[in-house]
Design a protein around this ligand. Structure first.
Ligand SMILES: Cc1ncc(COP(=O)(O)O)c(C=O)c1O
Length: 415
């Protein structure tokens, strides 16, 4: 028997990432956290397995007027916040055009507002075949589906597959809706290069100019603050695009400000049309009102605090850069050792995760089981193992590539 509405039946169920994380936590309780390697979750952790926090954010948060911080915020977000979030997202690479931001609960809320307002029920969104699983979950909630194209061709982004897929969708759906999680993609750590972006934008512009289709491109920048120098330059390329080519940037404070649970982000729209931006603000604010209402005012106030005080902002940026540098070190160790022992990984540029491809889904699961015997916990995601470098300190990264290599070889011999 089910009491669920038809549309709600069959959804949900166990989540692979949390299932593996639970196994790791269970084992940690038995033998001690220091004796296991838990590279399952996408949270930046320290040696004690605690979330790494930023002092500057903490101090700003503690300095807030409590009564003010608990109050409702305006639906679109505090005006100083939306201004600050646009600055934070684009830095010195603000594209030319009309720009507006509407606050959201994390990057997830931003994506929700993008999906909900620019797709009709039954529509298809497209993204890379290696992708964050929650896109599919969110789209299902709206009676939409996700179709993918191969992420890579050799060491590079598969621009041809991306544009072929866009053309295919254009032949059966008015709005070509594409999500690209870059820079520092989850789960591979790839960042689309500037020249690849030029080709993608040119191809999508051609579709927008064909007299039949519109284009909505969502750039999910959840990891942009870990993309290193040059990670933002591509954002300026969204200048002066046709009015029916809308760029939406899904920004999150979860990773870059280590405010995961505070749930704050924004959906930022860039367009050459004032009308498109006005309707974006009206529709997404209405969705916010209808879904979660307003967002976390305290987290907004932290961002406003940085925007209003150059010294605090500089200290925050320095601390954030140091955090990002820790990740660079972890990745350098892993990737150098991987190369030395012959472990194949997907092309990594920056970010929280490295992805080790396997020949089959079964081989990925088997390799994860072999590693688990050694108290190493990684998540098998499709045909590969995701290594959450964000979750393990340098000492735990050292030697890991070789162990993964051995496990993958054994698993692939079996499957
Ligand atoms: C690819 C990607 N996009 C967006 C998000 C959004 O995260 P949040 O809703 O916590 O901001 C995440 C978080 O894991 C992610 O991995």
């Amino acid at each position: 028997m089910t009491l669920l509405a038809k549309s709600a039946q069959g959804k949900g169920g166990p989540d692979a990432i949390f299932a593996y994380s639970d196994m790791a936590n269970k084992r940690a309780a038995e033998v001690g956290r220091e004796n296991i390697t838990n590279a399952t979750l996408g949270t930046f952790l320290n040696a004690e397995g605690k979330v790494l926090t930023l002092k500057t954010v903490e101090e700003s948060m503690h300095g807030l007027d409590f009564a003010e911080s608990v109050n409702y915020a305006p639906l679109k977000g505090l005006p100083e916040y939306t201004k600050a979030v646009i600055d934070a997202a684009f830095g010195e690479y603000r594209p030319a055009g009309y720009i507006a931001a509407v606050a959201s609960p994390g990057g997830t809320g931003a994506l929700h507002n993008a999906f909900y307002n620019y797709l009709n029920p039954g529509d298809v969104a497209i993204t890379t075949n290696y992708c964050w699983g929650n896109y599919r979950t969110m789209l299902r909630e709206m009676d939409c589906t996700l179709e993918t194209f191969p992420t890579f061709e050799g060491e590079h982004f598969n621009v041809k597959a991306c544009l072929d897929k866009a053309e295919e969708i254009a032949s059966r759906q008015q709005t070509v809706f594409m999500v690209l999680n870059t820079p520092a993609h989850n789960p591979t750590g790839y960042s689309v290069s500037d020249s690849e972006w030029d080709e993608i934008i040119a191809g999508l512009t051609k579709i927008a100019e064909n007299g039949k289709n519109n284009v909505v491109l969502v750039v999910d920048v959840a990891y942009i603050d870990f993309a290193g120098k040059g990670g933002r330059g591509f954002l300026q390329k969204f200048s002066n695009l046709p009015a029916n080519f809308l760029t939406l940037v899904a920004f999150s404070l979860s990773k870059g400000y280590t405010l995961y649970g505070y749930r704050l982000g924004a959906l930022i729209a860039v367009s050459s049309s004032a009308e498109v931006i006005a309707e974006f603000e009206q529709a997404t604010a209405a969705s916010s009102r209808a879904t979660w209402s307003n967002c976390n005012r305290a987290a907004m106030m932290v961002m406003c605090d940085f925007a209003a005080h150059a010294d605090k902002k500089a200290a925050f940026k320095a601390e954030q850069a140091a955090l990002s540098q820790q990740l660079v070190k972890r990745a350098e160790i892993f990737n150098t050792e991987a190369k030395a022992c012959g472990l194949v990984t997907l092309p990594y540029k920056a970010g929280f995760f490295v992805m080790v491809p396997t020949k089959s889904i079964e081989a990925a699961k088997e390799a994860a089981a072999i590693l688990r015997e050694q108290d190493i916990f990684l998540v098998p995601l499709g045909q590969g193992l995701r290594v959450a470098l964000c979750a393990i300190v340098e000492e735990k990264v050292t030697g890991l590539a070789e162990k993964i290599n051995d496990a993958v070889k054994k698993a692939e011999n079996k499957h």
